[in-house]
Ligand binder design. Sequence first.
Ligand code: FAD
Length: 300
Amino acid sequence: MTYDCAIIGGGPAGLNAALVLGRARRSVALFDNSQPRNAVTHASHGFITRDGVTPAEFRRIAYEEVLGYPSVELLPWEVTEIHRNDHRFVAVASTGKQIEARKLLITTGLREIFPDIPGLRDCYGTSLFSCPYCDGWELRDQPLIVVSENSGVFHMAKLLYTWSKDLVICTNGHAVLDNDQKQLLKSRNIEVVEQAVTMFIGHEGKLRQVEFADGTRIERTGGFITPEWKPKASFQGSLGYEVNEFGGIATNEWGKSSVPGVYAAGDAAYVMPSQLIFAAAGGSKAAIGINMELTEEDFV
Ligand SMILES: Cc1cc2nc3c(=O)[nH]c(=O)nc-3n(C[C@H](O)[C@H](O)[C@H](O)COP(=O)(O)OP(=O)(O)OC[C@H]3O[C@@H](n4cnc5c(N)ncnc54)[C@H](O)[C@@H]3O)c2cc1C
């Protein structure tokens, strides 16, 4: 059997695409190896009708809806290889299972790379986060630390000032702020620490203190950290699609990449800003793009 579409990645982007394609009566192979990016967090925010839902509950509802459409098949495996076979795409799973599809949608998301600081992983998702729009409300008016090694730290400091005025900005040993920026931060009583963070000290994920290279410790109950983002999976070697300035798959408005028949959506394409509702909307648009293309090919 040749599927109309293979979707690689069943997060909100892939799931919304599967929903739209299933409702359009297209046959869909939906691969997902169940490693969603937001798995560490206890609640997801900012998605209308689902504000505060746990990531697990969000996925449960989405899978129940999507798999109600008989032409959508869930293949719960990692895809390790994709190649072309004439006008078809062949997706190979870690189990060795292979399927063929006319169109391909990549919705594999991102992975985060953090500085190697003891205690960071224990607090990430409970009191340390990376996106103020996702978790700023929960940390409002608290003593916060912002850790970022790149020049975006100034923007992050300005942004977070809406959520809390009690901010310490740490560049983790990097000189990324100029004097004007430091002055402006100082004028708002925002302390800048250019030393490296040596430890996040907390209990059951709740941050209590931050220790710096000179041994000093400050009291903080939460904060934001800017990781480096990389694609969770890359099929660029075999497919040859172009990437955008953020390292995501470059697409047009309908999720179409530079390679005919290959689409991408969600964090795999946009990287920033990454939000559940953006990912779901991108998946929906890509599905409509794919269905338009299939329709044009078939209705001749
Ligand atoms: C700690 C944290 C908290 C967040 N909180 C919020 C929030 O409150 N609100 C909000 O809007 N956003 C939040 N986000 C961002 C949000 O999680 C992402 O923007 C969103 O999940 C992106 O959806 P996606 O479908 O593109 O990718 P993902 O949700 O990452 O899904 C990708 C899926 O693809 C699968 N996959 C990857 N590679 C393969 C492969 N080779 N084969 C098969 N399957 C594969 C993965 O297992 C995963 O299930 C948060 C992120 C983090 C890290």
